[in-house]
Design a binder for this molecule. Structure first.
Ligand SMILES: Nc1ncnc2c1ncn2[C@@H]1O[C@H](COP(=O)(O)OP(=O)(O)O)[C@@H](O)[C@H]1O
Ligand SMILES: [Mg+2]
Length: 502
């Protein structure tokens, strides 16, 4: 008998077909692994089951009966609980409140029953006793917790639903070994109870340790399901890659000087070490687009932020155009011609509520030590940068929030182009933006490389990296584990380097 069935499920975001054809069958008492490269549609599939995303087509069946998972509440009522990859915690609330948030115990149906709440939460906190850290407590405020502790709270929150179907979308990415072991022991107990689980992880050792069957998802399609006892990691990776591994023929051809290694090194990094990255060494040449690849959170962003001076580093040296770059913070690196763009628009993006002109000018002010400038002159400077990115906007006086997400990101990028930088650090710059904006962005990046800029591109989408990087450094556990040059830039090599050590 099948507990949960997905049949022909699909979902598009604008022009992005996140899920093309999702077919899945989960048995009672099964841990069913979902594996696929970054951007292949795993999270979207999970959100469809959990009711937080409505599919465009297809059916969800529980115990063989079609059900309408019309929203998160409907999913809970149907007995479906989920651990969200991006977490769903209320930062200002306590651990106990978060664990019970989806169903707060109330007195007389009105006031939150504090005692009942504490008791219920304690059951799930106790499961992780000794591995959650000494400072982990029921009344700790979630925002003050470490990343691994927050992930544990999200796990507890999912467990507290006591749902017969539980979905875990990358629940272990921030956990240490002992925490993962404990979590797996709990999952084994749930299996005994006959509960059905979907489990997503990129770590082959975890997948083979806890999974019963695995379904491979590629470009939004579930392409194969097999028993983990009958397969091996290399076979799973081959399925993720697919038949046609578009060799570097489709990949960009770097400028001749870059390809032959004759190009002048622009940014030279030696033994760079800090929180989350160790002994990272590489050089970027003028005109080169150097890619950072690997699983999420392996140190790529941390290295870029530290190079920019937004995070400290503890060892190593950096040279820009032959001169040491003693990073005393972003102000210094910006004035030396270093630019940094991240896809985290919440943190590094636009100044909401302010006009477009103000949003596009701050770097120009900083680099030229301006205090006051004539708006007309500023507009003349900003216009070419915005046009190069084909930014659609009605006028400089409009609030930046009147623009689409993609056009807002173009404003953020245009900031850096008014005075040309020499190095452009791109930290997953296309996260959540539409395809046409991505195309405009990458066309411009190639053009800037042609002008002689050195570009470092970290992308969490493997396809994007393969299509745009002249060379790829694969990160694993904060270190560079492999370099892919020329026609080594294949999906297989990239996945293999990213997943094998994991
Ligand atoms: N809310 C969204 N808006 C626009 N595009 C999205 C959204 N969520 C996901 N996508 C896109 O859909 C594709 C699949 O994403 P996702 O399901 O998160 O993949 P995975 O979890 O396998 O990494 C990606 O190309 C991603 O950029
Ligand atoms: Mg995901």
């Amino acid at each position: 008998m099948t507990k949960l069935t997905l049949r022909g499920v699909s979902k598009a975001y604008g022009a992005t077909q996140a899920v093309r054809r999702g077919d899945l069958e989960i048995a009672p008492g099964e841990v069913h692994v979902l594996i696929g490269s970054n951007g292949s549609g795993k999270s979207t599939l999970c959100k469809i089951v959990a009711g937080s995303v409505r599919p465009d087509a297809g059916a969800v069946l529980l115990d063989g009966e079609p059900v309408a998972v019309s929203g998160p509440q409907a999913a809970r009522a149907l007995g479906i609980g989920i651990f969200y990859q991006e977490l769903s915690l209320a930062g200002q609330r306590t651990v106990a409140e978060n664990i019970c948030l989806t169903d707060l115990p109330r007195k007389a149906g009105l006031f939150v029953d504090r005692r009942a709440l504490a008791e219920r939460a304690q059951r799930y906190i106790a499961l992780f006793e000794d591995v959650a850290g000494d400072d982990f407590a029921a009344d700790a405020v979630v925002d003050r917790l470490r990343a691994d502790q927050r992930q544990l709270v999200e796990i507890m929150k999912a467990l507290a639903t006591e749902a017969p179907v539980l979905i875990f979308d990358e629940p272990t990415s921030a956990l240490d070994r002992a925490q993962v072991e404990r979590f797996f022991a709990i999952l084994r107990g749930l299996k005994q109870e006959g509960r059905s689980m979907i489990f997503i992880s990129h770590r082959m050792d975890e997948i083979f340790a806890i999974g019963d069957r695995v379904t491979v998802i590629r470009d939004g399609e579930t392409v194969a399901t097999m028993a983990l006892a009958d397969t091996e990691p290399a076979a799973v990776i081959r399925l993720m890659v697919g038949e046609k591994d578009e060799l570097a023929a489709a990949a960009p051809q770097p400028a001749a000087a870059v390809a032959s290694g004759r190009a002048e090194p622009l940014l030279e990094v030696e033994g760079f070490t800090g929180a989350g990255f160790h002994d990272v060494s590489f050089a970027v040449a003028r005109g080169e687009i150097l890619g950072f690849g690997g699983l999420h959170g392996q140190g790529q962003s941390a290295v870029l932020r530290a190079l920019f001076g937004a995070l400290p580093h503890s060892a190593g040296s950096v040279r820009l155009a032959g001169r040491p770059l003693a990073s005393r913070g972003p102000r210094e690196t910006i004035r030396r011609g270093c630019a940094y763009v991240s896809g985290d628009r919440g943190r590094d993006g636009v100044i909401t509520g302010r006009p477009i002109l103000e949003n596009v000018m701050p770097i120009h002010y900083l680099r030229n030590r301006l205090v006051l400038a004539r708006p007309g002159a500023l507009r003349d400077k900003a216009r070419p940068a915005l046009e190069a990115l084909r930014t659609k906007f009605a006028g400089f006086g409009y609030p930046v929030s009147s623009l689409s997400g993609g056009n807002q990101q173009k404003i953020v990028i245009a900031r850096w182009l008014i005075d040309r930088p020499s190095v452009l650090l791109l930290d997953d710059p296309t996260k959540g933006i539409d395809l046409s904006t991505k195309a405009d962005l990458f066309a411009l990046i190639r053009e800037l490389a042609g002008e002689g800029l050195g570009i470092v591109l970290y992308s969490s989408e493997d396809a994007e990296l393969l299509a745009n990087a002249d060379r790829i450094l694969v990160f694993n556990g904060g270190r560079i584990s492999r370099e892919l040059v020329g026609d080594e830039r294949t999906r297989y090599n990239l996945y293999h380097a990213a997943y094998e050590a994991a």
